[in-house]
Design a protein around this ligand. Structure first.
Ligand SMILES: NC(=O)c1ccc[n+]([C@@H]2O[C@H](COP(=O)([O-])OP(=O)(O)OC[C@H]3O[C@@H](n4cnc5c(N)ncnc54)[C@H](O)[C@@H]3O)[C@@H](O)[C@H]2O)c1
Ligand SMILES: [Zn+2]
Length: 376
Protein backbone atom coordinates (compact mmCIF):
# COMPACT_ATOMS: atom_id res chain seq x y z
CA UNK A 1 0.00 0.00 0.00
CA UNK A 2 1.29 3.46 -0.85
CA UNK A 3 0.16 6.83 0.36
CA UNK A 4 0.89 9.72 -1.96
CA UNK A 5 0.24 13.26 -0.83
CA UNK A 6 -1.26 15.76 -3.22
CA UNK A 7 -0.05 19.01 -1.70
CA UNK A 8 -2.17 22.14 -2.00
CA UNK A 9 -1.94 25.12 0.33
CA UNK A 10 -5.14 24.53 2.29
CA UNK A 11 -6.67 21.46 0.66
CA UNK A 12 -3.98 18.76 0.57
CA UNK A 13 -5.21 15.19 0.41
CA UNK A 14 -3.93 11.65 0.17
CA UNK A 15 -4.06 9.17 -2.64
CA UNK A 16 -3.97 5.71 -1.10
CA UNK A 17 -3.35 2.83 -3.52
CA UNK A 18 -2.80 -0.88 -3.02
CA UNK A 19 -4.25 -4.35 -3.29
CA UNK A 20 -6.79 -5.61 -0.81
CA UNK A 21 -7.01 -2.32 1.08
CA UNK A 22 -10.76 -1.82 0.79
CA UNK A 23 -11.40 -3.05 4.32
CA UNK A 24 -9.49 0.01 5.54
CA UNK A 25 -11.66 2.40 3.50
CA UNK A 26 -14.18 3.10 6.29
CA UNK A 27 -11.39 3.82 8.75
CA UNK A 28 -9.69 6.21 6.34
CA UNK A 29 -12.97 7.97 5.57
CA UNK A 30 -13.70 8.32 9.31
CA UNK A 31 -10.32 9.95 9.88
CA UNK A 32 -11.30 12.79 7.55
CA UNK A 33 -14.17 13.85 9.84
CA UNK A 34 -16.21 15.05 6.90
CA UNK A 35 -19.61 13.70 7.91
CA UNK A 36 -21.59 10.69 9.00
CA UNK A 37 -23.95 10.13 6.08
CA UNK A 38 -22.32 8.80 2.94
CA UNK A 39 -24.11 9.24 -0.38
CA UNK A 40 -22.53 6.77 -2.78
CA UNK A 41 -22.88 7.45 -6.50
CA UNK A 42 -22.22 4.41 -8.69
CA UNK A 43 -23.82 2.23 -11.37
CA UNK A 44 -25.62 -1.12 -11.05
CA UNK A 45 -22.70 -3.15 -12.33
CA UNK A 46 -20.15 -1.71 -9.92
CA UNK A 47 -22.62 -1.86 -7.05
CA UNK A 48 -23.26 -5.53 -7.77
CA UNK A 49 -19.54 -6.24 -7.89
CA UNK A 50 -18.30 -4.22 -4.95
CA UNK A 51 -21.26 -2.63 -3.16
CA UNK A 52 -21.28 -5.13 -0.30
CA UNK A 53 -17.63 -4.57 0.49
CA UNK A 54 -18.18 -0.84 0.70
CA UNK A 55 -21.24 -1.35 2.86
CA UNK A 56 -19.29 -3.55 5.24
CA UNK A 57 -16.31 -1.25 5.71
CA UNK A 58 -18.49 1.86 6.00
CA UNK A 59 -21.12 0.44 8.35
CA UNK A 60 -18.32 -1.11 10.41
CA UNK A 61 -17.15 2.44 11.09
CA UNK A 62 -20.62 3.72 12.00
CA UNK A 63 -21.55 5.52 8.77
CA UNK A 64 -25.05 5.53 7.38
CA UNK A 65 -25.24 5.01 3.61
CA UNK A 66 -27.40 5.58 0.59
CA UNK A 67 -26.47 4.14 -2.80
CA UNK A 68 -27.54 6.00 -5.90
CA UNK A 69 -27.05 4.31 -9.25
CA UNK A 70 -26.96 5.99 -12.65
CA UNK A 71 -27.03 4.30 -16.08
CA UNK A 72 -23.68 3.07 -17.36
CA UNK A 73 -21.99 5.29 -19.96
CA UNK A 74 -20.91 8.81 -20.85
CA UNK A 75 -24.56 9.92 -21.24
CA UNK A 76 -24.81 9.99 -17.42
CA UNK A 77 -22.37 12.91 -17.38
CA UNK A 78 -25.29 15.28 -17.93
CA UNK A 79 -26.98 18.17 -16.20
CA UNK A 80 -30.18 16.13 -16.15
CA UNK A 81 -28.59 13.28 -14.18
CA UNK A 82 -26.79 15.76 -11.93
CA UNK A 83 -29.98 17.62 -11.03
CA UNK A 84 -31.89 14.41 -10.36
CA UNK A 85 -29.09 13.27 -8.02
CA UNK A 86 -29.07 16.65 -6.27
CA UNK A 87 -32.81 16.36 -5.59
CA UNK A 88 -32.25 12.91 -4.09
CA UNK A 89 -29.35 14.16 -1.95
CA UNK A 90 -31.50 16.99 -0.61
CA UNK A 91 -34.02 14.35 0.47
CA UNK A 92 -31.32 12.24 2.16
CA UNK A 93 -29.54 15.20 3.74
CA UNK A 94 -31.65 15.46 6.88
CA UNK A 95 -28.95 15.55 9.52
CA UNK A 96 -26.77 17.89 7.45
CA UNK A 97 -23.68 15.75 7.80
CA UNK A 98 -23.52 14.44 4.31
CA UNK A 99 -20.58 13.65 2.06
CA UNK A 100 -20.38 12.03 -1.34
CA UNK A 101 -18.46 8.97 -2.50
CA UNK A 102 -17.77 8.55 -6.23
CA UNK A 103 -17.53 4.80 -6.75
CA UNK A 104 -16.75 4.03 -10.37
CA UNK A 105 -14.82 5.08 -13.45
CA UNK A 106 -14.23 8.53 -14.85
CA UNK A 107 -17.88 9.07 -15.72
CA UNK A 108 -19.04 8.55 -12.13
CA UNK A 109 -16.04 10.46 -10.78
CA UNK A 110 -16.56 13.56 -12.95
CA UNK A 111 -20.32 13.57 -12.35
CA UNK A 112 -20.08 13.02 -8.57
CA UNK A 113 -17.36 15.63 -8.15
CA UNK A 114 -19.51 18.09 -10.04
CA UNK A 115 -22.56 17.34 -7.86
CA UNK A 116 -20.39 17.71 -4.74
CA UNK A 117 -19.08 21.06 -5.99
CA UNK A 118 -22.50 22.63 -6.50
CA UNK A 119 -24.76 21.07 -3.86
CA UNK A 120 -25.05 23.72 -1.15
CA UNK A 121 -22.07 25.46 -2.78
CA UNK A 122 -19.91 22.46 -2.01
CA UNK A 123 -19.93 19.38 0.20
CA UNK A 124 -16.95 17.06 0.77
CA UNK A 125 -16.41 14.08 -1.50
CA UNK A 126 -14.14 11.08 -1.79
CA UNK A 127 -13.00 9.33 -4.95
CA UNK A 128 -13.17 5.53 -4.96
CA UNK A 129 -12.00 4.88 -8.53
CA UNK A 130 -12.74 1.46 -10.05
CA UNK A 131 -11.23 1.70 -13.55
CA UNK A 132 -7.57 1.91 -14.48
CA UNK A 133 -8.26 5.22 -16.23
CA UNK A 134 -9.84 6.65 -13.09
CA UNK A 135 -7.08 5.37 -10.78
CA UNK A 136 -4.23 6.74 -12.89
CA UNK A 137 -5.88 9.94 -13.96
CA UNK A 138 -9.47 11.13 -13.63
CA UNK A 139 -9.97 10.60 -9.87
CA UNK A 140 -6.96 12.79 -9.11
CA UNK A 141 -6.79 16.55 -9.39
CA UNK A 142 -10.32 17.84 -8.92
CA UNK A 143 -11.42 18.43 -12.50
CA UNK A 144 -15.14 17.74 -12.32
CA UNK A 145 -17.86 18.25 -14.86
CA UNK A 146 -20.67 17.17 -17.11
CA UNK A 147 -21.11 17.30 -20.88
CA UNK A 148 -23.38 19.40 -23.07
CA UNK A 149 -24.62 18.53 -26.55
CA UNK A 150 -22.21 21.24 -27.73
CA UNK A 151 -19.17 19.56 -26.21
CA UNK A 152 -17.59 17.50 -23.49
CA UNK A 153 -16.96 18.79 -19.95
CA UNK A 154 -18.40 22.20 -20.84
CA UNK A 155 -19.96 22.64 -17.39
CA UNK A 156 -17.75 22.01 -14.43
CA UNK A 157 -15.53 23.20 -11.65
CA UNK A 158 -12.17 22.59 -10.10
CA UNK A 159 -13.18 20.92 -6.88
CA UNK A 160 -10.74 18.69 -5.04
CA UNK A 161 -11.74 15.43 -3.32
CA UNK A 162 -10.74 14.83 0.31
CA UNK A 163 -9.28 11.41 -0.42
CA UNK A 164 -8.58 9.18 -3.42
CA UNK A 165 -8.71 5.51 -2.48
CA UNK A 166 -7.50 3.18 -5.26
CA UNK A 167 -8.22 -0.49 -4.57
CA UNK A 168 -6.11 -2.32 -7.16
CA UNK A 169 -8.19 -5.49 -6.65
CA UNK A 170 -11.19 -3.74 -8.20
CA UNK A 171 -9.36 -3.64 -11.53
CA UNK A 172 -9.46 -7.44 -11.87
CA UNK A 173 -12.97 -7.34 -13.32
CA UNK A 174 -12.17 -4.83 -16.07
CA UNK A 175 -12.64 -5.93 -19.65
CA UNK A 176 -9.62 -5.84 -21.96
CA UNK A 177 -11.11 -2.82 -23.72
CA UNK A 178 -11.37 -0.89 -20.46
CA UNK A 179 -7.85 -1.91 -19.41
CA UNK A 180 -6.49 -0.68 -22.74
CA UNK A 181 -8.38 2.56 -22.41
CA UNK A 182 -6.64 3.23 -19.08
CA UNK A 183 -3.32 2.26 -20.62
CA UNK A 184 -3.68 5.09 -23.13
CA UNK A 185 -3.45 7.61 -20.27
CA UNK A 186 -0.50 5.68 -18.77
CA UNK A 187 1.33 5.90 -22.12
CA UNK A 188 0.56 9.63 -22.04
CA UNK A 189 2.42 10.01 -18.72
CA UNK A 190 5.38 8.17 -20.22
CA UNK A 191 5.52 10.46 -23.24
CA UNK A 192 5.19 13.74 -21.37
CA UNK A 193 7.23 12.99 -18.26
CA UNK A 194 8.72 9.59 -17.65
CA UNK A 195 11.06 7.60 -19.93
CA UNK A 196 11.41 4.83 -17.35
CA UNK A 197 7.64 4.38 -17.26
CA UNK A 198 7.52 4.30 -21.06
CA UNK A 199 10.22 1.60 -21.18
CA UNK A 200 8.46 -0.31 -18.41
CA UNK A 201 5.30 -0.33 -20.53
CA UNK A 202 7.21 -1.55 -23.59
CA UNK A 203 8.57 -4.46 -21.56
CA UNK A 204 5.59 -5.27 -19.36
CA UNK A 205 2.36 -4.38 -21.14
CA UNK A 206 1.29 -8.05 -21.36
CA UNK A 207 1.25 -8.25 -17.55
CA UNK A 208 -0.89 -5.14 -17.38
CA UNK A 209 -3.35 -6.55 -19.91
CA UNK A 210 -3.44 -9.78 -17.89
CA UNK A 211 -4.35 -7.52 -14.93
CA UNK A 212 -1.45 -8.76 -12.79
CA UNK A 213 -1.43 -7.05 -9.42
CA UNK A 214 2.26 -6.07 -9.32
CA UNK A 215 2.19 -4.40 -12.73
CA UNK A 216 -1.09 -2.60 -12.01
CA UNK A 217 0.13 -1.38 -8.65
CA UNK A 218 3.34 -0.09 -10.19
CA UNK A 219 1.63 1.96 -12.88
CA UNK A 220 -1.17 3.25 -10.63
CA UNK A 221 1.35 4.49 -8.04
CA UNK A 222 3.77 5.90 -10.59
CA UNK A 223 1.07 7.80 -12.50
CA UNK A 224 -0.60 9.00 -9.29
CA UNK A 225 2.73 10.44 -8.18
CA UNK A 226 3.27 12.26 -11.47
CA UNK A 227 -0.25 13.66 -11.53
CA UNK A 228 -0.13 14.69 -7.85
CA UNK A 229 3.06 16.65 -8.50
CA UNK A 230 1.72 18.39 -11.60
CA UNK A 231 -1.57 19.31 -9.92
CA UNK A 232 0.28 20.62 -6.84
CA UNK A 233 2.39 22.83 -9.08
CA UNK A 234 -0.50 24.12 -11.17
CA UNK A 235 -3.91 23.26 -9.73
CA UNK A 236 -5.94 25.37 -12.14
CA UNK A 237 -3.92 24.84 -15.27
CA UNK A 238 -2.64 28.39 -15.34
CA UNK A 239 1.11 27.87 -15.34
CA UNK A 240 1.64 25.52 -18.25
CA UNK A 241 2.42 22.54 -16.00
CA UNK A 242 -0.90 20.71 -15.66
CA UNK A 243 -1.64 21.61 -19.28
CA UNK A 244 0.87 18.97 -20.38
CA UNK A 245 -1.58 16.30 -19.20
CA UNK A 246 -3.70 17.29 -22.19
CA UNK A 247 -1.23 15.59 -24.52
CA UNK A 248 -3.35 13.69 -27.07
CA UNK A 249 -6.53 15.33 -25.82
CA UNK A 250 -7.00 18.17 -28.31
CA UNK A 251 -7.34 15.89 -31.31
CA UNK A 252 -8.56 13.10 -28.99
CA UNK A 253 -11.60 15.06 -27.82
CA UNK A 254 -12.38 16.06 -31.40
CA UNK A 255 -12.22 12.42 -32.54
CA UNK A 256 -14.36 11.35 -29.57
CA UNK A 257 -16.95 14.04 -30.36
CA UNK A 258 -16.92 13.30 -34.10
CA UNK A 259 -17.79 9.69 -33.23
CA UNK A 260 -20.56 11.01 -30.96
CA UNK A 261 -18.90 9.36 -27.94
CA UNK A 262 -20.04 5.97 -29.19
CA UNK A 263 -17.38 5.00 -31.68
CA UNK A 264 -14.37 5.34 -29.40
CA UNK A 265 -14.04 5.31 -25.65
CA UNK A 266 -11.96 8.03 -24.01
CA UNK A 267 -8.69 6.10 -24.00
CA UNK A 268 -9.02 4.98 -27.61
CA UNK A 269 -9.63 8.57 -28.71
CA UNK A 270 -6.65 9.73 -26.63
CA UNK A 271 -4.43 7.07 -28.25
CA UNK A 272 -5.38 8.42 -31.69
CA UNK A 273 -5.01 11.99 -30.43
CA UNK A 274 -1.47 11.22 -29.21
CA UNK A 275 -0.56 9.90 -32.66
CA UNK A 276 -1.97 13.03 -34.30
CA UNK A 277 0.01 15.17 -31.82
CA UNK A 278 3.12 13.09 -32.53
CA UNK A 279 2.56 13.69 -36.27
CA UNK A 280 2.29 17.45 -35.69
CA UNK A 281 5.40 17.31 -33.50
CA UNK A 282 7.31 15.59 -36.32
CA UNK A 283 6.13 18.09 -38.90
CA UNK A 284 7.33 20.96 -36.68
CA UNK A 285 10.72 19.32 -36.23
CA UNK A 286 10.22 18.56 -32.53
CA UNK A 287 10.10 14.78 -32.70
CA UNK A 288 12.11 12.52 -35.01
CA UNK A 289 10.31 9.86 -37.03
CA UNK A 290 11.84 7.23 -34.72
CA UNK A 291 10.05 8.86 -31.77
CA UNK A 292 6.71 8.74 -33.61
CA UNK A 293 7.31 5.07 -34.41
CA UNK A 294 8.16 4.23 -30.81
CA UNK A 295 4.90 5.75 -29.59
CA UNK A 296 2.95 4.12 -32.40
CA UNK A 297 4.50 0.70 -31.77
CA UNK A 298 3.52 0.76 -28.09
CA UNK A 299 0.00 1.94 -28.85
CA UNK A 300 -0.40 -0.84 -31.43
CA UNK A 301 1.17 -3.47 -29.16
CA UNK A 302 -1.32 -2.85 -26.35
CA UNK A 303 -4.17 -3.17 -28.84
CA UNK A 304 -5.23 0.47 -29.01
CA UNK A 305 -6.20 1.90 -32.40
CA UNK A 306 -3.59 3.59 -34.59
CA UNK A 307 -5.96 4.47 -37.44
CA UNK A 308 -8.88 6.87 -37.29
CA UNK A 309 -11.89 5.17 -38.85
CA UNK A 310 -15.62 5.83 -39.00
CA UNK A 311 -15.39 9.64 -38.91
CA UNK A 312 -14.66 12.19 -41.62
CA UNK A 313 -11.88 14.74 -41.58
CA UNK A 314 -14.38 17.60 -41.63
CA UNK A 315 -16.32 16.18 -38.65
CA UNK A 316 -13.09 16.01 -36.62
CA UNK A 317 -12.02 19.51 -37.67
CA UNK A 318 -15.45 20.95 -36.80
CA UNK A 319 -15.40 19.29 -33.38
CA UNK A 320 -11.85 20.57 -32.89
CA UNK A 321 -12.97 24.17 -33.36
CA UNK A 322 -15.61 23.74 -30.67
CA UNK A 323 -13.16 22.35 -28.09
CA UNK A 324 -12.61 24.47 -25.01
CA UNK A 325 -8.86 24.11 -25.38
CA UNK A 326 -9.27 26.49 -28.29
CA UNK A 327 -8.26 29.88 -26.93
CA UNK A 328 -10.06 32.61 -28.80
CA UNK A 329 -9.07 31.97 -32.38
CA UNK A 330 -5.80 30.30 -31.44
CA UNK A 331 -5.49 26.55 -31.26
CA UNK A 332 -3.27 25.02 -28.64
CA UNK A 333 -1.58 21.64 -28.70
CA UNK A 334 0.67 19.78 -26.32
CA UNK A 335 3.45 18.32 -28.44
CA UNK A 336 6.14 15.73 -27.81
CA UNK A 337 9.78 16.69 -27.82
CA UNK A 338 11.18 13.19 -27.63
CA UNK A 339 9.98 10.68 -25.05
CA UNK A 340 9.41 12.24 -21.61
CA UNK A 341 9.40 15.87 -22.65
CA UNK A 342 6.37 17.84 -23.80
CA UNK A 343 5.87 21.44 -24.87
CA UNK A 344 2.86 23.67 -25.50
CA UNK A 345 2.47 25.28 -28.91
CA UNK A 346 -0.23 27.63 -30.14
CA UNK A 347 -1.40 28.64 -33.60
CA UNK A 348 -0.47 25.44 -35.38
CA UNK A 349 -1.30 25.98 -39.08
CA UNK A 350 -4.53 24.20 -39.97
CA UNK A 351 -2.85 22.39 -42.89
CA UNK A 352 -0.39 20.73 -40.50
CA UNK A 353 -3.25 19.59 -38.27
CA UNK A 354 -5.18 18.29 -41.27
CA UNK A 355 -2.16 16.49 -42.70
CA UNK A 356 -1.51 14.83 -39.37
CA UNK A 357 -5.15 13.72 -39.14
CA UNK A 358 -5.18 12.47 -42.73
CA UNK A 359 -2.05 10.47 -42.10
CA UNK A 360 -4.01 8.57 -39.43
CA UNK A 361 -7.19 8.27 -41.43
CA UNK A 362 -6.20 6.11 -44.32
CA UNK A 363 -3.05 4.66 -45.81
CA UNK A 364 0.00 6.89 -45.96
CA UNK A 365 -0.53 10.49 -47.01
CA UNK A 366 1.93 10.10 -49.85
CA UNK A 367 0.05 7.15 -51.32
CA UNK A 368 -3.26 8.95 -51.07
CA UNK A 369 -1.86 12.07 -52.58
CA UNK A 370 -0.41 10.06 -55.43
CA UNK A 371 -3.84 8.53 -55.96
CA UNK A 372 -5.36 12.04 -55.91
CA UNK A 373 -7.68 11.13 -53.04
CA UNK A 374 -6.88 13.84 -50.56
CA UNK A 375 -9.72 16.24 -49.84
CA UNK A 376 -7.89 19.46 -49.15
N1 LIG B 1 -11.51 14.57 -14.50
C1 LIG B 1 -10.43 14.24 -15.18
O1 LIG B 1 -9.35 14.74 -14.91
C2 LIG B 1 -10.56 13.23 -16.28
C3 LIG B 1 -9.40 12.69 -16.84
C4 LIG B 1 -9.53 11.70 -17.81
C5 LIG B 1 -10.79 11.26 -18.20
N2 LIG B 1 -11.90 11.81 -17.64
C6 LIG B 1 -13.25 11.36 -18.00
O2 LIG B 1 -13.37 10.00 -17.60
C7 LIG B 1 -14.37 9.38 -18.40
C8 LIG B 1 -13.90 8.02 -18.82
O3 LIG B 1 -13.65 7.24 -17.68
P1 LIG B 1 -13.61 5.64 -17.75
O4 LIG B 1 -12.76 5.21 -18.88
O5 LIG B 1 -13.28 5.17 -16.39
O6 LIG B 1 -15.08 5.27 -18.22
P2 LIG B 1 -16.38 4.81 -17.43
O7 LIG B 1 -16.53 5.53 -16.17
O8 LIG B 1 -17.49 4.87 -18.40
O9 LIG B 1 -16.06 3.28 -17.10
C9 LIG B 1 -15.82 2.38 -18.15
C10 LIG B 1 -16.67 1.12 -17.99
O10 LIG B 1 -16.10 0.32 -16.97
C11 LIG B 1 -17.11 -0.17 -16.10
N3 LIG B 1 -16.46 -0.43 -14.82
C12 LIG B 1 -16.05 0.48 -13.90
N4 LIG B 1 -15.37 -0.14 -12.94
C13 LIG B 1 -15.35 -1.45 -13.23
C14 LIG B 1 -14.77 -2.59 -12.62
N5 LIG B 1 -14.03 -2.48 -11.51
N6 LIG B 1 -14.95 -3.80 -13.19
C15 LIG B 1 -15.66 -3.92 -14.34
N7 LIG B 1 -16.20 -2.88 -14.98
C16 LIG B 1 -16.04 -1.66 -14.44
C17 LIG B 1 -18.13 0.93 -16.11
O11 LIG B 1 -19.37 0.46 -15.70
C18 LIG B 1 -18.10 1.34 -17.59
O12 LIG B 1 -18.92 0.50 -18.35
C19 LIG B 1 -14.65 10.32 -19.54
O13 LIG B 1 -15.89 10.97 -19.31
C20 LIG B 1 -13.52 11.33 -19.46
O14 LIG B 1 -13.89 12.61 -19.94
C21 LIG B 1 -11.79 12.78 -16.69
ZN1 LIG C 1 -7.98 11.75 -20.54
Amino acid sequence: METIKLALIDRSYNIIAGENIIKAFGRNAARLKIGTDAYIITNEKIKRLYGNRIRKTMEGCGFSLRFRTVPDGEASKSIKTASSIIADIADYDQRRRIFIIAMGGGVIGDLSGFVASVYKRGVPYVQLPTTLLAQVDSAIGGKTGVDLAEGKNLIGAFYQPRLVFSEIGFLKTLSQRQARSGLAEVIKYGVIKDTALFSYLEDNYPDILRLKTGALEYIVCRCSRIKAKMVSADEREEKGVRTLLNFGHTAGHAIEAAGRYKLHNHGEAVALGMLVAAGISRRLGLLPESGVKRIENLIRAVGLPTRITGVTLSAVINAHYRDKKFLGKKNRFVLAKGISKAVIRENIPLEIIKDSLRERMRGSTALLRAAGKLDR
